[in-house]
Design a protein around this ligand. Structure first.
Ligand SMILES: Nc1ncnc2c1ncn2[C@@H]1O[C@H](COP(=O)(O)OP(=O)(O)OP(=O)(O)O)[C@@H](O)[C@H]1O
Ligand SMILES: [Mg+2]
Length: 397
């Protein structure tokens, strides 16, 4: 703590004569408390107030020297900033301007301050507030990184959605134009174009449905579902429903464990969606001639959730995925070959939805893949307690 030049202990304070002197006398420290004690109390208090600010904070005196700083500020700048001039300690022009103006004009000012820590770049909003009429200015640094990132994510998301919708919309508008003009009288061309238009429109439909489903799952993510769900039966019905798609793509599907009852606490519709998205991916992205295996199995004390688990494994012998892409697959709109995926109607939301549903169930998703060797998607769900405590949901009314 640096001593304040105006309050140096032992110095006699100068008071204007007469009335001011009387006021000063009436506010003299109580008997036995020296000016030095009083000064120390004020300094300690100033120290504690700055220290109590929950974000980095520094107090700058009218000469521009840093009088106080809290631990958060010393971590941000340096252990030795107390006593230094703010120009030397802070260095970034925008914050220097803001402090200079606050000191000179006695106005509250703010500025951006950029720093870096082990997480990467950190963006602060610094507010410089004059402290009463002391001539001091308190500068506090609020970490806005999370907010800036959230803003960036929102902008990216809107840009992605617009882009995804614009592609089929542009195609639709183009075909409408052609059908009104040159293709008007050609029944064969008309039929072909209407087919493409139907496909593009259903792409948009699917995209909107996926977005709605994603936002619903995200909204409920904190609420862990507890209804008993017969996972094996849910997966079996998804496999049956996707049989025709597998035939269409010339993919051989095999199953294991679906005839053994296995119940988990969950949301049946969402678990069906997890199975659908994973199996659909295996069928669509593997390539013709691939084999897809779907299995459900119970296991005790699974290390990934540190408890008893139900496992859903969807594996394929398809094209596989480069390890470069694996960590990013569950990001919204992430597709390895976006052109190919779009050709087969993909929007890149399937695995993002899977991840959120699995999170909501307090489960884990593990993706393993090798180019040319196929991929496996393992969902580990806690077997935990179901709300009713019934082991067999068929017993429920
Ligand atoms: N089994 C798989 N084999 C190879 N690549 C896969 C497999 N599953 C997913 N992928 C890759 O991961 C990407 C993301 O999958 P995701 O399910 O999120 O999107 P999508 O299938 O392209 O579209 P959507 O599921 O929204 O219709 C896919 O575009 C594909 O490139
Ligand atoms: Mg998919």
């Amino acid at each position: 703590m640096e001593p304040d030049a105006n309050l140096t202990p032992g110095k006699t304070a100068h008071y204007p004569k007469t009335r001011a002197r009387r006021v000063a006398a009436s506010s003299l420290p109580p008997h036995g408390v020296t000016v030095r004690d009083r000064h120390k109390q004020v300094m300690d208090m100033r120290d504690s107030v700055v220290e109590a600010i929950p974000i980095p904070g520094i107090l700058v005196d009218r000469n521009g020297r840093i009088r106080e700083s809290n631990a958060a500020a010393r971590r941000l700048f340096s252990d030795q900033i107390n006593g230094r001039h703010y120009v030397a300690a802070l260095r970034q022009p925008s914050i220097l301007d803001a402090l200079e103006q606050a000191l000179a004009a006695g106005e509250t000012t703010s500025a951006q301050f950029l720093a870096a820590d082990e997480r990467g770049d950190v963006a602060f909003e610094a507010t410089c507030t004059p402290v009463g009429d002391t001539g001091h200015v308190l500068a506090c640094f609020e970490d806005r990184t999370a907010m800036e990132e959230a803003g960036q994510m929102r902008r990216d998301f809107v840009a992605n959605v617009s882009h995804e919708l614009r592609t089929p919309l542009t195609a639709l508008l183009g075909f409408i134009e052609t059908l009104r003009g040159t293709a008007r009288e050609d029944a064969e061309v008309r039929e072909r174009f209407l087919g493409i238009m139907a496909r593009e429109a259903s792409r948009m439909n699917r995209l909107v449905a996926d977005l709605l489903s994603l936002s619903r799952v995200e909204a409920e993510e904190r609420l862990q579902p507890t209804d008993p769900v017969l996972l094996s039966a849910v997966v079996q019905s998804v496999v049956s429903a996707l049989g025709p798609l597998a035939d269409e793509h010339d993919v051989q599907m095999t199953t294991a464990g679906l005839d053994v009852d296995l119940t988990v606490p969950g949301d049946a519709d969402q678990l069906a969606q997890v199975a659908t998205n994973l199996i659909e991916n295996a069928i669509k992205h593997s390539g013709p001639g691939a084999a897809v295996g779907v299995s459900v199995q119970s296991t005790d004390a699974h290390p990934m959730i540190q408890g008893d688990a139900a496992l859903l494994l969807v594996s394929d012998t398809g094209v596989g995925i480069d390890s470069l892409h694996v960590p990013r697959l569950t990001e919204r709109f992430y597709r390895i070959d976006s052109h190919r995926s779009r050709e087969i109607g993909g929007t890149g939301l399937g695995l993002a939805i899977v991840k959120h549903i699995v999170n909501r169930h307090r489960g884990r998703l593990r993706i393993e893949s090798e180019v040319g060797m196929g991929s496996s998607f393992l969902v580990v769900l806690p077997r935990g307690e179901t709300r009713s405590g019934h082991e067999n949901p068929h017993e429920l009314s």
